[in-house]
Design a protein. Structure first.
Length: 277
């Protein structure tokens, strides 16, 4: 079997890997649940390649992510649930339906109007989905309620952001950023109290409240929290690597260097960043 630009080749490869008699022993035993962590991991690796502006890695990581979609679809097809073709049909139908200003007739001619139109169509789809679930005898709906469209499986920062955005649509939101800063100060005070009381569960609860408030200020000032934190993570990596490199250049190592020495090099890394920037 050779590589190909045809998606059918990838589908054939996955089918071969899942063949009970001749396939790969690892692939054969996988389920939705066992490959779910890999799906999430591959999405993060796509984001990392984008952040590093590495097109070669991005191409490869997108392929890895596509493989996860094909893998899930194959498992579903074997169970008689749906196929990869059904996945493609569903998303094409959705995109056509949600873009009547492109594929049909619509008065939406500004980004704001398009967004409002998108939300209206999503609500229609939500009602249709509820009807289909009821017809199949499924009474509980994980998407019920105004916040039901926010997936619980999102990374916590992303879930917090989307919960706040959804609540803001019905006016449950601050009108400006300043009061959120006051809320952050309040949450810091409550975290200090919990730490002083030495109550781990309360500390965890107050820390969550503080992070939630920080996400909110990021939303108000247009700094997407996940990306803001990723930027800080990259900065931390670079500065720590500078510490490591400088120690090695001076015949020192991380295990023997004390905090004062590492802090000295950390500050040197910050100074270097400012000079370069």
């Amino acid at each position: 079997m050779e590589a190909s630009t045809d998606i059918n080749r990838l589908l054939d490869i996955m089918a071969a890997l899942r063949q009970p008699e001749t396939g790969c022993p690892w692939d054969i035993v996988q389920t939705f649940e066992t490959i779910k962590p890999y799906t999430i991991e591959e999405a993060y690796e796509v984001a990392d390649a984008i952040e590093r502006q590495d097109p070669d890695d991005l191409c490869e990581e997108l392929g890895d992510l596509l493989l996860q979609v094909v893998f899930h679809a194959r498992i579903a097809e074997e169970a008689g649930q749906f196929s990869f073709g059904d996945v493609v049909e569903a998303i094409t139908r959705k995109m056509i339906r949600r873009h009547p200003h492109v594929f049909a007739r619509s008065d939406a001619d500004t980004p704001e109007a398009v967004k409002a139109q998108w939300d209206t169509i999503k609500q229609q789809e939500k009602a249709e989905r509820a009807a289909r679930r009821a017809a199949r005898g499924i009474n509980s709906d994980p998407k019920a309620g105004h916040l039901g469209s926010v997936q619980r499986s999102f990374p916590a920062l992303t879930e917090a952001l989307k919960l706040q955005e959804q609540a803001a649509k019905v006016g449950f939101d601050w009108s400006e950023a300043a009061p959120i800063l006051d809320k952050i100060e309040e949450e810091i005070g409550e975290l200090r109290e919990a730490l002083a009381e030495n109550k781990p569960e309360k500390v965890k609860d107050e820390l969550g409240d503080l992070i939630f408030a920080l996400v909110n200020i990021g939303r108000h000032v247009g700094a997407e929290p996940e990306q803001a934190l990723r930027g800080t993570n990259t900065k931390f990596r670079n500065r720590f690597r500078y510490i490591e490199t400088e120690l090695q250049a001076n015949y020192e190592n991380l295990l023997d260097a004390d905090l004062e020495r590492m802090e000295e090099l950390w500050q040197a890394a910050k100074t270097l960043e400012r000079q370069i920037g």
